[in-house]
Design a protein around this ligand. Structure first.
Ligand code: DIG
Ligand code: MN
Ligand code: MN
Length: 383
């Protein structure tokens, strides 16, 4: 089995992933900071296709214009020497204290204006380096107390911001799409647009919904206790799976952002199988970071592990699709005319008049235990 990543796999990582110094709410950094240029070389060494960034991962928030220019020149040179691409960019609207009450949904209109200001400059930076996808994760867009904000007003503020930024991108003539990344909580007590479903409903209320999709993250739907594949499938079916954040996460825990497939192998398998079966052509972005125990060799092992597990599961999906026992059970399960009934008055009358043997419908055995066991044995390598 070939487990060496290629550009065709479109594996990408954010600077903030392999560059995570290992700080957590209860401990100081365990790794020295690497520069964006050094991180590009780390990712190139592991075989990644692309590198993404928040504006301030690359350009410090208080950098001068000349410092910005030098940083961009150095970064661009590293991209050229490694052939790494920048498919996606995003804005850090969560670190700076100015955003402590949110960015686009903050009660202070000056903060909301500053968030638009910062995002437009960050969009310019992303486009300058080749990004065609722009992610919005609203880490601070929420509340600890609903006494502080009317949630319907917050949604209106979100809509005003995204309508303004879509108009900016159109006005600039940028080839750029937006991907909203939901999360139910953390760092805020509750975050608005908490799930993929909420984000999909919101997108339909925008002036230019065609420009906006979603960036589902495994950990975030798991934090909400949801089936990640179902969220991804709904986004895909709606033509809104613009990007995806792959990682792993135990249910009912803080945002762990673990290495892809390191917690729920079976759910990771069904996800990879879906993405490959439907021909998802977007980036496979690993928004995860290494354990705090690791040095930079461990960080590289983390990055390789994300990509290797994806490739193993991609091969397992091919085997699943080719397995005669599995396919025979699927044929049995899906027997009969699966076409949707077209409505007509006659069809409705005939269906209402049609007799059904309800007992027989309920008595039919479905070989799901066999099918799932075959899947498990294929994943365990005994099939
Ligand atoms: C967290 O899951 C968020 C931030 O890391 C970033 O804004 C976004 C990009 O994938 N994911
Ligand atoms: Mn996360
Ligand atoms: Mn993410």
């Amino acid at each position: 089995m070939n487990l060496t990543p290629t550009p065709a796999d479109k594996f990408t990582f954010g600077l903030w992933t392999v560059g995570n110094p290992g700080r957590d709410p209860f401990g100081e950094p365990v790794r020295h900071k690497l520069s964006p240029v050094e991180l590009v070389h780390v990712l190139a060494e592991t075989g990644a296709y692309g590198v993404n960034f928040h504006d301030n991962d690359l350009v410090p928030i208080d950098a001068t214009l000349s410092e910005r220019s030098q940083i961009v020149r150095d970064f661009r040179a590293a991209l050229e020497s490694t052939s790494l691409k920048v498919p996606m960019a995003t804005t850090n609207l969560f670190n700076d204290p100015a955003f402590k009450d949110g960015a686009f949904t903050a009660n202070d209109p000056q903060v909301r204006a500053y968030a638009l200001h910062k995002t437009m400059h960050a969009i310019d930076l992303g486009v300058e380096l080749g990004a065609e996808m722009y992610v919005f994760w609203g880490g601070r867009e929420g509340v600890e107390s609903d006494a502080t904000k009317n949630p319907a007003e917050a949604i209106k503020r979100f809509r005003d911001a995204f309508n303004f930024l879509c108009a900016y991108v159109r006005d600039q003539g940028y080839n750029l799409k937006f991907a909203l990344e939901p999360k139910p909580n953390e760092p805020r007590g509750d975050i608005y647009l908490a799930t993929v479903g909420a984000a999909l409903a919101f997108i339909n209320t925008l002036d230019h919904p065609e420009m906006v999709g979603v960036n589902p993250e495994v950990a975030h739907e798991h934090m909400a206790g949801l089936n990640f594949l179902h969220a991804v499938a709904q986004a895909w079916e709606a033509g809104k799976l613009f990007h995806i954040d792959l990682n792993d996460q135990a249910f009912g825990r803080y945002d762990q952002d673990f290495r892809f497939g390191s917690v729920n192998l079976k759910t990771a398998f069904f996800l990879v199988k879906f993405l490959e079966d439907v021909g998802y052509s977007g980036m496979r972005h690993f928004d995860a970071h290494a354990y705090r125990t690791e040095d930079y060799e461990g960080v590289k092992a983390f990055a390789r592990g994300c990509m290797r597990t994806y490739l193993v599961l991609k091969e397992k999906a091919r085997q699943w699709n080719a397995d005669p026992d599995i396919q025979a059970l699927l044929a049995e399960i899906n027997a009969g005319d699966q076409s949707a009934p077209a409505y007509s008055r006659e069809a409705a009358a005939a269906l209402k008049a049609r007799p059904f043997d309800r007992a027989a419908l309920g008595a039919r055995g479905l070989p799901y235990e066999q099918l799932d066991q075959l899947t498990v044995e294929l994943l365990l390598g005994v099939k």
